[in-house]
Design a protein around this ligand. Structure first.
Ligand SMILES: [Zn+2]
Ligand SMILES: [Zn+2]
Length: 320
């Protein structure tokens, strides 16, 4: 199993501004030594280690889970456009023998607006499976590509898209994966996912407002993620920010750290970054979360990270 993050931003795509690019350029230039700039190789090495040479990214939710002869995609935010370029270039997109399964947490704009830009939906006769905890997924995607919303219409697509309603109370076999869903706390309903394959597993729990009633949910969430290699969670707000956004449907990372204090997981990932959060703000939130973890869960074996576009994990199958 290989997991790749293509979009990590919440609510609205957030391209960097010229002022933000300039801030990074200024910091890079100010901290460079003559040796850092002495050759193309030295420059690359400097860029590799500098904290100013990258960004968490501005594309909205999209996570790829690669399995053998199968590509699973969690949400179709704007991050899907770049993933589309990769699957069309490497042959997966046009190969009808290669399974593509798209799983939707819900159908708010930031989780669907990359779908019309996904190349495989335009490949004639290509099968493509859409999965959701809702029974009306097809109607919702149809609406997005109809009327005045998009120039290409759903009814004109020549790929073979099937939409399937996932049950809440049982795992579903999807190609080589076992998929389970968890109802989340979010306006209009959303579902978290757990994908297991080859003895490895990834959990994806966005968008959800656990911070409103954490004590009621702790046990359910901890049980859902037990044994997962990576757990991606909605941690859009800092502790104080959250109190200005109650009922918006999003959480703070601190509740998840509480939930998973004793959990057997590999890595907890801060995801669905606030569009108003700069890279510095996301790094500060991650540092605060790390401090909180050291305070309340010093024995925890899992690591913590803040999601960054392009971040990836390789999990070889567990041989039993
Ligand atoms: Zn969202
Ligand atoms: Zn949402």
């Amino acid at each position: 199993m290989r997991v790749i993050l293509w979009g990590v931003r919440g609510s609205l795509a957030t391209p960097m501004s010229s002022a933000q690019v300039r801030d990074k350029a200024r910091a890079l230039l100010a901290e460079a030594t003559p040796g850092d700039l002495a050759s193309p190789t030295a420059i690359e090495a400097y860029l590799d280690r500098s904290v100013h040479s990258w960004t968490y990214g501005g594309n909205t939710s999209c996570v790829e889970v690669q399995l053998e002869n199968q590509t699973c995609i969690l949400d179709a935010g704007t991050g899907l456009r770049a993933l589309s370029g990769v699957v069309m270039a490497d042959g997966r997109g046009a190969n009808p023998q290669h399974r593509i399964d798209v799983f939707f947490t819900h159908f708010h704009w930031d989780h669907i607006c990359g779908f019309p830009f996904f190349g495989p939906i335009y490949v004639p006769e290509r099968p493509l499976s859409v999965w959701s905890g809702r029974s009306d997924a097809e109607a919702l995607l149809h609406n997005q590509m109809s009327g005045a919303h998009f120039p290409v219409k759903w009814d004109g697509l020549r790929s073979r898209i099937t939409c399937t309603h996932l049950p809440e109370d049982a795992a579903t076999e999807v190609g080589g994966a076992q998929v389970r869903i968890l109802p989340l706390i979010h306006p209009d309903k959303a579902y978290g996912y757990r994908i297991d394959a080859g003895g490895r597993s990834v959990c994806y729990l966005t968008d959800t407002e656990v911070s409103k009633s954490p004590h009621r949910l702790a046990e359910t969430y901890a049980a859902f993620v037990d044994g997962a290699d990576v757990v991606i969670v909605d941690a859009m707000y800092g502790f104080l920010d959250y109190h200005d956004h109650i009922n918006f449907g999003h959480s703070t990372i601190f509740n998840f750290i509480d939930f998973f204090r004793e959990a057997n997981i590999g890595e907890l990932v801060i995801f669905h970054h606030d569009p108003l959060a700069s890279d510095t703000a996301v790094s500060r939130l991650r540092a605060d979360a790390e401090r909180y973890k050291q305070l309340i869960a010093p024995q925890a074996r899992w690591t913590l990270s803040a999601a960054r576009e392009g971040q990836s994990w390789d999990f070889p199958p567990v041989v039993s």
